[in-house]
Design a protein around this ligand. Structure first.
Ligand SMILES: CC(C)(COP(=O)(O)OP(=O)(O)OC[C@H]1O[C@@H](n2cnc3c(N)ncnc32)[C@H](O)[C@@H]1OP(=O)(O)O)[C@@H](O)C(=O)NCCC(=O)NCCS
Length: 130
């Protein structure tokens, strides 16, 4: 990915693997990531999935932004758990790329995320430029 994802760094998310259309990331859940019911905050699980999604669709020189995402939180996780998120691009066109992201704790599926990204087109030289 070009540039620095400061929010990913802030969360302590590690990139384990990344290639065009695929990424695997992980993080350990700390107390600061939990909510009032003692579970991992849904926003943290979402952010982890979003990080994997971003790595998969922004590989190399490619740049894309999310336009629609959805998530189902299937199982809870807690402080100390190590979660991984694996993004797989399942469709790519000229304009949009669609990814499935699975968030897991070991073999246990914690959340299922789907993200649609708009692919930013490289800027064309202005017709006024010389
Ligand atoms: C919403 C939810 C409770 C519905 O559960 P369900 O459809 O009945 O699913 P399951 O029967 O497979 O239960 C999944 C797990 O939820 C937890 N769970 C279910 N009912 C529970 C209850 N009454 N109290 C506490 N935990 C419960 C258990 O950990 C359970 O795992 P187990 O069966 O291995 O013990 C479950 O999907 C869930 O906990 N999702 C995660 C929610 C989440 O983390 N949201 C973001 C932060 S609020």
């Amino acid at each position: 990915m070009k540039g620095t994802d400061y929010f990913r760094e802030f969360l302590g998310v590690k990139v384990l693997d990344a290639k065009d259309g695929y990424a695997k990331v992980s993080m350990q859940i700390a107390k600061e990531h939990t909510n009032s019911v003692g579970m991992t905050h849904g926003g943290v699980v979402f952010a982890l999935a979003d990080c994997a999604f971003a790595e998969a669709v922004n590989f190399g020189e490619k740049q894309a932004v999310a336009v629609q995402v959805g998530i189902n939180f299937l199982k809870p996780s807690v402080e100390g758990d190590v979660l991984t998120a694996e993004a797989v691009r399942i469709s790519e066109g000229k304009t949009f790329a669609l990814c499935d992201v699975k968030v897991s704790k070991g073999d246990r599926l914690i959340a299922s995320f789907s993200g649609l990204a708009y692919k930013l087109q490289p800027e064309k030289p202005s017709s006024n430029s010389q």
